[in-house]
Structures are given as structure tokens and as C-alpha cells.
Write a protein that binds this ligand. Structure first.
Ligand SMILES: Nc1ncnc2c1ncn2[C@@H]1O[C@H](COP(=O)(O)OP(=O)(O)O)[C@@H](O)[C@H]1O
Ligand SMILES: [Mg+2]
Length: 344
């Protein structure tokens, strides 16, 4: 649904060059919620602004719903109009809502329809329908100043949906909201994704956002995507930073003569019985040092850090047993050669 290839953005100002995007290949499938996470300055906003051509990429291409937007750009005034049309079918939600304070809620939602030249009656019908969809049917005549942050963001979302987009882009849409409001806005985005078949690309610096609604995620660092995939693919990737951040488990070895393992499971494989079977089969005491278990996209996923008595060499057989049960095992600390090779 959204594909970028070799996307590069270099800002030039006062003789200084900043490479905000450095060859980004992103692929967002139709109907999924895709989260891009990264620290401040990683290039997330630049990426999203290049995806809808608010910002012209320095090089590379952007294809949305089969249309190469970068080809539309810069081909004279006619192509300019085509690009504006294409852009109107990509909804965008902003961190600070970007509502016009002098306009009512309804008039804010109607704004993009005015620009598209929709008739007054149709505009009003559409705006009220969208306000109903986001749960604000009774606020049509209110002004932004009379709304809470969460309500303002609902207006922002209704406005983003005015052009019947297939794609919704969200730049830190919940970063200005409290945790409870954040949850309700994320739920709204998830509902819209499911009801309307909307593809959502959202960027965030909060891991919880990714955890609660994303099907897939990418980690950005210094203008590059350093990891990406579906949440279960990431969890199945040994040494994945994103997986570790999604399901952080702590816990230090209690002594030198110990083997610490991170056990990752998702879907079918349940850890609990496997761990007790392991203890019985090999007659060893297993300590659980930490665990993080959650539901992602309806699947139970999690990590557990466990400790076995003895060094790695003493535990080759039990580790093999765990792997045979379909669990992903990362040996923490002293990394044996085998694990390193597997990580490549
Ligand atoms: N309009 C701009 N002009 C110059 N530099 C910019 C501009 N926008 C962003 N940058 C720089 O590009 C880099 C990436 O910024 P941004 O895409 O906003 O990252 P993020 O959203 O991940 O915080 C930063 O170093 C930032 O200072
Ligand atoms: Mg940003």
C-alpha cells in the first residue's frame, strides 16, 4: 500500500547539510497498522512528510496505493493538481491537532472538502457523518477551545478522513495526550483500521503505542530503518532490539556458574508447561528472573528470562530441548559461537 525505495532527504540551510533520511525502504501492506519508532531526530517526521510529499524527497520514490507520487511531482502545473488530488486521499493526523480556532468543529472537518470543491450540502452531510464516526456528533457547533485534547484529536481524525482516504498517516498523534486519552484514541484508530479497511502508518517515540495497536513495526535510527517486520517476525529474530524493547525482561545472573536464557514465545507455544517439563526431565532447578507477557494483535506473546544452574557447556542438552519445543532461546551474556551465527 505504501512503498518507499531509496528514500533520501537532505535538508540544506545556511550552508549546513542534514541527512534526515538515508535510503529508506519501507513497505506497508494494505490494511495493516504500521508503527515507526525511534528517538527524537531519527527522521520519523521527515519520513511521514515525504510519504505524502508535504516534503519533497531529495531522491528515491514513494508509491501510495499503486501511484508513484514522486513521479507526479515537478511536472508542471497539471501534474501539480494531480499530486494535490493524490494527497487529498492520504489522511494526516498531527500531534498538535492543527485545528483552526476560529472555525467550529464541523467547519474544521469541512475544510478539506471545501478545498476539493465539494458542494455545501454534501460537505455538511459528510462532516456530520464523520463526527458521528469519531464519537463527536454532539460537538459539531462547538469551537476547538471548548474541547479536551482527546476531543480535539478526534476532530483532527475526522478531518483526515474527509477525502475518503485509504491511507492514514499519523505523526505522534497521541504524544500530547494523557495515558487514558491515548488509549481511547489508539482504540479509535484501530476501529477505523478495521471498519474502513484503512491502512495506518503511524510514527511514535512510545513503545506502548506500537505494542497496543501495530501489526508491524520499524525502528529508525539516524535516518535509516535498522529493523522492520511484523511483530511476530521481530519477536522471532534473535537479538532484535525492537523485540527486546517491546518485551523488556530484566534480571541478572545470581552467580558465575549460571546460564541465563531469554525465552521468547508467541502464539501456540506456552512457556509455563515447557519450563516445568524441563525441570522434571533434567531434574534441575530453574529460576525465573523476569517476564513480560502481553497480547499483540490478539496473539499472546512474551519473553521470559530464566536461569539454569551450571555454565553454557553444561546446559547444551536442556537448551536443545527448549528449542525443540518451538521456543526461541537467546543465551544472555557469554554468547556461544553458534548463537552468533544464527543471529546473522
Ligand atoms: N526543515 C528542516 N530543516 C533542517 N533540518 C531539519 C528540518 N526538519 C528536520 N530536520 C532535521 O532532520 C533530522 C530528522 O528530523 P525529524 O524528521 O523531525 O526527526 P524525528 O521526527 O524522528 O524527531 C533532525 O536532525 C532535524 O534537526
Ligand atoms: Mg517528529
Amino acid at each position: 500500500m505504501i512503498t518507499t525505495s531509496g528514500l533520501t532527504k537532505v535538508y540544506r540551510s545556511r550552508g549546513r547539510e542534514v541527512t534526515a533520511l538515508d535510503g529508506v525502504d519501507l513497505h506497508v501492506r494494505e490494511g495493516e497498522v504500521y508503527g515507526v519508532i525511534g528517538q527524537s531526530g531519527a527522521g520519523k517526521s521527515s519520513l511521514i512528510r515525504c510519504v505524502n510529499l508535504l516534503e519533497r524527497p531529495t531522491s528515491g520514490t514513494v508509491t501510495v496505493a499503486g501511484q508513484d507520487l514522486t513521479a507526479l511531482a515537478g511536472r508542471g502545473p497539471r501534474a501539480g493538481r494531480e499530486l494535490r488530488r493524490a494527497r487529498s486521499r492520504i489522511g494526516m493526523v498531527f500531534q498538535h491537532f492543527n485545528l483552526l480556532s476560529s472555525r467550529t468543529v464541523q467547519d474544521n472537518v469541512e475544510l478539506p472538502l471545501e478545498i476539493l470543491g465539494t458542494s455545501g450540502k454534501e460537505r455538511s452531510r459528510k462532516a456530520l457523518e464523520l463526527l458521528d464516526l469519531v464519537g463527536l456528533a454532539d460537538k459539531a457547533k462547538a469551537y476547538p477551545a471548548q474541547l479536551s485534547g482527546g476531543q480535539k484529536q478526534r476532530v483532527g481524525i475526522a478531518r483526515a478522513l474527509a477525502g475518503d482516504p485509504k491511507v492514514l498517516l499519523s505523526d505522534e498523534a497521541t504524544s500530547a495526550l494523557d495515558p487514558e486519552t491515548t488509549r481511547s484514541i489508539l482504540k479509535l484508530l484501530r476501529d477505523l483500521n478495521q471498519q474502513l479497511g484503512l491502512t495506518v502508518l503511524l510514527i511514535t517515540h512510545e513503545m506502548d503505542v506500537v505494542k497496543s495497536i501495530c501489526d508491524s513495526a520499524a525502528l529508525m535510527d539516524k535516518g535509516r530503518i535498522v529493523e522492520s517486520g511484523t511483530v511476530s517476525e521481530l519477536l522471532a529474530t534473535p537479538g532484535s532490539e525492537l523485540a527486546a524493547a517491546l518485551f523488556p525482561v530484566g534480571g541478572e545472573a545470581t552467580g558465575d556458574d549460571r546460564t541465563v536464557l531469554d525465552v521468547t514465545f508467541h502464539g501456540e507455544s506456552a512457556t509455563q508447561p515447557v519450563i516445568s517439563q524441563l525441570a522434571r526431565t533434567y531434574n534441575i532447578d530453574i529460576s525465573i528472573l523476569g517476564a513480560a507477557i502481553d497480547t499483540v494483535g490478539g496473539l499472546q506473546v512474551g519473553r521470559m528470562r530464566i536461569e539454569l544452574p551450571g555454565r553454557y557447556e553444561d546446559n547444551v542438552v536442556p537448551i536443545g530441548y527448549l528449542r525443540e519445543q518451538g521456543l526461541q532461546i537467546d543465551v544472555v551474556g557469554a554468547e556461544p559461537v553458534l548463537v552468533k551465527e544464527g543471529a546473522k
